[in-house]
Write a protein that binds this ligand. Structure first.
Ligand code: OAD
Length: 262
């Protein structure tokens, strides 16, 4: 969809971004693609084109074959650690640093590239990691000591190495700190995201297919609350109809063009 009311989309959008008091970015796997991290649904290279999400990204899949799932996440963690933020991450971080408190990044990505760009290029954005962090771990099952007010819950950092690591005291297993299929998002993160989407003047939806909810619904929420919604993607997405304008291109190309040096 290309809205013909915007004859000069970049000039008009740059003006909106300059004047906005609140801007949201909803990012997805396409945001990290140019850092070398594969997306999920791209036909050839997407993770879900080559792996079964129910085996590798669900609690049932983990319980069925914990080692397989753990090792797959270790491989992805290695990829994330080797990746670096690209020009699009840096443009967002610099924009946020120039306008502290203006930008909220709602990311579906479990890598830490937005956070690393902020550490390198400038703090200033609030970053909500809707689907958790692949670089963190948590217990698979509730710690039995949680029930006991007299004892501290077991510490995941003390887990004994393994595939997956286990608690030396109660045998609980570690799992990656991401949201799997069938699981709810953290209530506080979702609430923060909904509030930010409802309050922003401009929402940039970057590199998401718009197929996974509730994150995909944040674009509609922003639009219905009066925000100017812009999609940045190399291809059509499921939520293009929610946008006032769709810019076709890559995150590393379009974001600097929109944000440098506003
Ligand atoms: P998808 O893999 O579904 O979609 C990636 C999107 O990025 C597609 O629309 C591509 O066209 C676009 N894209 C690819 N390269 C790009 C680039 N360089 N610049 C801009 N856009 C580009 O990824 P998500 O929408 O993030 O969930 O998927 C949502 C969720 O599904 C993920 O968070 C993950 C997955 O299952 C969990 O892990 C819970």
């Amino acid at each position: 969809m290309r809205d013909r009311r915007y004859a000069h989309p970049f000039r008009d959008l740059r003006a909106k971004l300059r004047e906005a008091s609140s801007v949201c970015v909803l990012s997805g796997a396409g945001m990290s693609a140019e850092s070398g991290i594969p997306t999920f649904r791209d036909a050839q290279t997407g993770l879900w084109a080559n792996f079964d999400p129910m085996q590798l990204a669900s609690e049932a899949g983990f319980r069925a074959d914990p080692q397989r799932v753990w090792d797959w996440y270790q491989m992805r963690r290695d990829g994330v650690r080797q990746a670096a933020p690209h020009a699009g991450h840096v443009a967002l971080a610099r924009y946020a640093a120039r306008h502290p408190g203006r930008l909220t990044i709602l990311t579906q990505n479990v890598d830490d590239l937005h956070q690393r760009a902020a550490a390198q290029a400038g703090e200033g954005a609030r970053i909500v990691a809707l689907h958790g962090s692949i670089l963190s771990d948590r217990w698979l099952d509730a710690c039995p000591r949680d029930e006991d007010l007299m004892r501290r819950p077991c510490d995941p950092s003390r887990a004994e190495p393994g595939h997956p690591p286990r608690c030396p005291d109660c045998g609980n297993r570690l799992r990656p700190g991401v949201v799997w299929f069938g699981e709810s998002l953290d209530y506080r993160d979702l609430t923060a995201a909904e509030e930010a989407a409802s309050a922003c003047d401009v929402m940039l939806v970057v590199g998401t297919s718009g197929t996974v909810w509730p994150a995909a619904g944040l674009a509609a929420r922003a639009r219905h609350a009066g925000a100017h919604v812009v999609i940045l993607n190399t291809q059509a997405s499921e939520i293009d109809d929610e946008a006032h304008i769709v810019l076709t291109g890559s995150a590393a190309t379009l974001l600097p063009r929109l944000l440098d040096p506003l």
